[in-house]
Design a protein around this ligand. Structure first.
Ligand code: ATP
Ligand code: MG
Length: 413
């Protein structure tokens, strides 16, 4: 992509109303645009990051047998009445259509997925199943001050699993714990992310949240450094302020943001929809469910919260909008031509490259933009480097740069 063609531009001004680091840097870099509080457009650079995060999630969900669907965001009121959540889901957006018919905007999709899978699953032979989607969710959040960490419209992966008994759910749940960690590893936030015990619900003692340590977080968690797990503030009372694995009382409190959670639902949703299956003896048994969410847009904001410095963002390799930032400081037509050729060669090699080919922008400004955008590797081509048929390579995470001949750079890239 040629930076001269990008319709967005970076900006130096910081919006007064945006207090969060993720919103400030993403807005300044031209990754997102704010429509109103809690609602943002994903601009070309931001959409590339989000897509990469969602591709990672998709790959990991497919690896644990997930089948991807796309359910409607517009839901009929009736389904939410069946589960009782029409009146109890506090942040549900409700609207009225023609003929005074009432609807909800999907805030979560148990009300759609349960009767959906029910249409196809009748016998124990049809189980287990795992169905997921990557979708825009709507929640009428009271506070929307944390940029894309808490949107009123946001992106979520939600997976729902269906089992013939508790043991089968328990086994799947363990596989999902690992699948989630693979997602966070690939997104570059694993080291700060803790599997956190949360109060369960009716069917299991605990559910689990994945909490990433950051000052921008709204939650407090209590970490056991011996077991490398954490407890959320409700459950810390429940376990009497000690780790429930090793009884350690020296727990470390930290601020964190919930980047995902997993839940054993049991029959909470299958029961109201009358979703049962026939077992080996032809007896009807209730279907056992689990649900597993990751806020993909929140993950993007969390990455910015923990990977930035005073100059801008430092994207982890796998989710960076581009892997290389080719910055041309060339002025002479002959040099400009050589930079163009280098860009074309990188594109031909299938490298994700952003090419700062803007003719009338000063070097200092180009470097400041490059630091703000946070692409992992910067490759400068200039009169100085071309005098030696080389480029200057610098990692965003390092102060040092290296000169490399264009030939060996192209061979190794
Ligand atoms: P929170 O306690 O932060 O409000 P939640 O318990 O409501 O989260 P879920 O309903 O389980 O979360 O949603 C699944 C995931 O979706 C969360 O783990 C989080 O990553 C993400 N998420 C939830 N609400 C939002 C939001 N308003 N904006 C962005 N992501 C969200
Ligand atoms: Mg919530």
């Amino acid at each position: 992509m040629r930076q001269s063609q990008l319709f967005t531009k970076t900006s130096k001004t910081i919006s007064q109303e945006e207090v969060s680091v993720n919103a400030q840097l993403l807005l300044r870099g031209g990754f997102i645009d704010k429509l109103f509080a809690g609602v943002y457009t994903m601009l070309p650079l931001g959409f590339r990051v989000l897509t990469k995060i969602e591709t990672i999630i998709r790959e990991e969900m497919n690896r644990v047998g997930g089948q991807e669907v796309l359910m409607p965001a517009l839901n009929p009121k009736e389904n939410w009445v069946v589960t009782g959540r029409w009146d109890t889901f506090d942040v549900l957006f409700k609207l009225t259509g023609s003929g005074d018919k009432e609807y909800a905007l999907g805030a979560s999709h148990e009300e759609v997925v349960t009767p959906l899978v029910q249409k196809f699953v009748f016998s124990y032979k049809d189980l287990p199943q795992a169905v997921y989607q990557m979708q825009t969710k709507f929640r009428n959040e009271a506070r929307a001050k944390s940029g894309i960490l808490r949107g009123r419209e946001f992106r979520m992966k939600d997976l729902y699993s269906f089992h013939h008994n508790q043991q089968n759910l328990d086994e799947y749940y363990e596989r999902m714990i690992e699948a989630y960690f693979r997602v966070y590893t690939r997104c570059g936030i694993r080291e700060k992310t803790y599997l956190t015990f949360a109060s369960g619900g009716t069917f299991s003692k605990y559910s689990h949240e994945y909490q990433t340590i950051t000052e921008a977080g709204e939650d407090s968690i209590y970490i056991c450094d011996t077991c490398n797990i954490a407890f959320n503030s409700e459950i810390i009372e429940d376990v009497n302020h000690a780790c429930n694995q090793c009884q350690n009382k020296e727990l470390r409190e930290a601020k964190a943001i919930e980047v995902g959670n997993i839940f054993k639902l049991g029959t909470k949703y299958s029961a109201p929809f009358g979703f049962s299956y026939s077992d080996e003896n032809n007896n009807q048994q209730p279907v056992i469910m689990g649900c597993y969410g990751i806020g993909s847009s929140r993950v993007m904001g969390t990455v910015v919260e923990i990977h930035h410095d005073e100059k801008g963002i430092l994207w982890p390799e796998e989710i960076a909008p581009y892997s290389l930032h080719l910055v041309s400081l060339c002025q002479e037509p002959d040099h400009i031509q050589q930079a163009e050729v280098l860009y074309e060669q990188l594109v031909a090699k299938g490298i994700d490259v952003l090419f700062d080919d803007r003719p009338d922008v000063r070097a200092g400004e180009k470097f400041a933009d490059s630091d703000l955008l946070g692409i992992p590797t910067r490759v400068v081509v200039s009169a100085k480097t071309l005098a030696q048929q080389s480029v200057e390579i610098k990692k965003r995470s390092s102060e040092d740069s290296d000169f490399k001949s264009i030939i060996s750079f192209l061979a190794e890239v």
